[in-house]
Design a protein around this ligand. Sequence first.
Ligand code: GLN
Length: 286
Amino acid sequence: MEINSVTALLKYADQLKDISDTAVLDVELLLSHALDVDRAWLKTWPEHVLLSAQVVIFEDLFARRLTGEPIAFIIGSQGFWSLDLKVTPQTLIPRPETELLVETSLALDLPDNCRAIDLGTGTGAIALALAKERPNWQLTAVDSEPAAVKLAELNSHYCQIDNVMIYQSDWFRQVPLLGRLSNYHLIVSNPPYIEIDDPHLTQGDVRFEPASALVSGVDGLDDLREVIGSSVKYLEALGWLLVEHGYRQGSTVRELFRAAGFISIETKTDFNQLQRITMGCLPQAG
Ligand code: GLN
């Protein structure tokens, strides 16, 4: 086998086995990035020999992965739903688990011109996926971090999505109350929900992500309490709230929904059979 061929460089995966559960995929992504080709190209041209400058670029990317840096930050993007989103270390990397929130929202019986808001949008993942699927919906996406607002705007531009309004707001604080007959039909959020002393925070990808996007007080529920408690004022009658949460938080979150006055409360499990999102509906007015 030719040294510096695609096949030879893919073997770097062996060195990553202890660091990553997806070592082969990681190296394919890094190599595709270094060569500016897609992964299918690597399969088609296994004997292709890289120029030495390309090898240097690849080895540089690979060295970063060896330190544990997430692939999404190294290559600057992450697939979510049908979108390719830019990511930066100022935002959470969109997770496949969060696609359940998108899928469940799309399955609800909502008006054609649905008004929906995504709280703590980060890269814009949830809002942009919904906007892409439902061009007639009017979406709003807010985040308290200016860097996230900028990134979500950039992503909306790259994905050519024009039905999302994005601005800075700390949860609902800067969101105007639209009035009784023009509130939101749908509120979605994947807020931070990790306990401050959770040992997982010192392992894997999350070490490189901003604590503000991950951690929420001693029991991990500070932000969920705020989102669930204040959503009631911003929803239409029969409007829905859907939130993502930790796999052990399902029963507490359902209780928070009940206490806030929601009905039809339900928790859905993700592809690992873990309780991951909870939803509830506001009762008919009057
Ligand atoms: N809404 C974004 C996402 O799901 C960011 C969530 C967050 O920062 N906690 O990817």
